[in-house]
Design a protein around this ligand. Structure first.
Ligand SMILES: NC(=O)c1ccc[n+]([C@@H]2O[C@H](COP(=O)([O-])OP(=O)(O)OC[C@H]3O[C@@H](n4cnc5c(N)ncnc54)[C@H](O)[C@@H]3O)[C@@H](O)[C@H]2O)c1
Length: 370
């Protein structure tokens, strides 16, 4: 199979769909890999590294034209749509449900669209979303600590304190992948850490692994109020899959917080868990409401593209190898997780919630594959 890696052209997207080790593996399996010139530049990977791995550096048009499968990071941009070829496999984050225009284009062009975000394991987990939550979770404390500095609007406190001076308190709402990764960094930096979650089993797990270095609390109105009052840094890390995030902190509740304290609302991409959250960008990441600094960047991993590219491709490549070896044929029926990733297949919508959301007929992939 010929596999093409276009350079990402979405604004501020510096990640790339493959790293040299992925090229080596694909070439070893008998495939050809075309990488667009400078595709890896934003992630610190040079053209020569891809060539050494056995890839061929090429231009965008050749890649779209010749590839049987395109591996990307973001959905194709409007200027790329006309380059897609019938029956081409497109393996990337797609987020089709809120994007009727892109869905229409992929259906009309009879693309086989496999979305990272809907590949799902039997236990319901989404393995290709995990690495970005890990990055965002770890980053949340790093950016929060920076925002607590006077220069950035904070009241000038160091998370770990120093001997003879109190440590700061980090309150994390939601103890999932983002929350637990935030906790690791906050504990490592010497802060007092409180984690709230509605899932008692999860709290028990967190208690087991962190022991006395974190306080776990059931997430309810009273505990949230009390723990944001104590906090120097609040991290919004909760998720109710498939739903808008509940706004567990109201504007009025911000008055309980110290002036110059900080909220990093990682859950902003699902609407945010603070009433005052509105999405911001890396160019202008913060704003202040009621004296509280808000950081609400919806694509936090974009700031650390090198780490994010390697983290993402660690998770995406095992599926890419399967797709390259067998194509989208009956052979992949054995892989339930991968089937869940197939959103559109040769003119048909094969992912139920995309079909329902955008008024297409829904065709289970098992029924359309010949
Ligand atoms: N801004 C970014 O760049 C970025 C990057 C990655 C992930 N995210 C977002 O971060 C959020 C968290 O992602 P995740 O991967 O950790 O999800 P996850 O499913 O692993 O964890 C979510 C946790 O929230 C808990 N929860 C649900 N309702 C709660 C409530 N009312 N109070 C407290 N906890 C509650 C759940 O029990 C679960 O443990 C999501 O909205 C995700 O989209 C944002």
């Amino acid at each position: 199979m010929i596999i093409g890696i276009p350079k990402e052209i979405k604004t501020h997207e510096y990640r790339v769909g493959i790293v040299p080790s992925g090229v080596i593996e694909l070439v070893k399996r008998g495939h050809q890999v075309l990488v667009e010139e400078d595709a890896g530049k934003g992630s610190g990977i040079g053209n020569g590294e891809y060539e050494e791995a056995g890839g061929r550096i090429s231009d965008s048009e050749t890649i779209f034209n010749e590839s049987d499968m395109l591996i990307k990071v973001k959905e194709p941009q409007r200027s790329e749509l006309h380059l897609l070829r019938e029956d081409q496999i497109l393996y990337t984050y797609l987020h089709l449900a809120p994007d009727p225009e892109l869905t229409k284009a992929l259906v009309e062009r009879k693309i086989i669209g496999i979305a990272y975000e809907t590949i799902q394991l039997a236990d319901g987990s989404l393995p290709l979303l995990v690495p970005m939550s890990e990055v965002a979770g770890r980053m949340s404390v790093q950016v929060g600590a920076r925002c607590l500095e006077k220069e950035y609007g904070g009241y000038g406190v160091l998370l770990g304190g120093v001997p003879g001076v109190e440590r700061a308190t980090v309150t994390i709402i939601g103890g999932g992948v983002v929350g637990i990764n935030a906790a690791k960094i906050a504990v490592g930096m010497g802060a007092n850490v409180i984690i709230l979650d509605t899932n008692l089993k999860r709290l028990a797990y967190i208690d087991d692994i962190f022991g006395t270095s974190v306080i776990t609390l059931m997430s309810n109105h009273i505990n949230i109020k009390e723990s944001i009052r104590r906090a120097d840094l609040v991290i919004g890390a909760l998720l109710i899959p498939g739903s808008k995030t509940p706004r567990v902190i109201t504007k009025e509740m911000l008055l309980l917080m110290k002036e110059g304290s900080v909220i990093v609302d990682v859950s902003v991409d699902q609407g945010g868990c603070i009433e005052t959250t509105t999405p911001t960008t890396h160019d202008d990441p913060t704003f202040i409401v009621n004296g509280v600094v808000h950081y609400c960047v919806a694509n936090m991993p974009g700031a650390v593209p090198r780490t994010s590219t390697f983290a993402l491709t660690n998770s995406t490549m095992p599926y890419a190898y399967m797709l390259a070896d067998s194509g989208v044929t009956r052979d992949i029926l054995q892989n339930e997780a991968l089937i869940k990733g197939i959103n559109v297949y040769k003119g048909k919508v094969t992912y139920k919630s995309v079909a329902e959301e955008l008024n297409y007929d829904y065709y289970p992939f098992q029924d359309v594959i010949k």
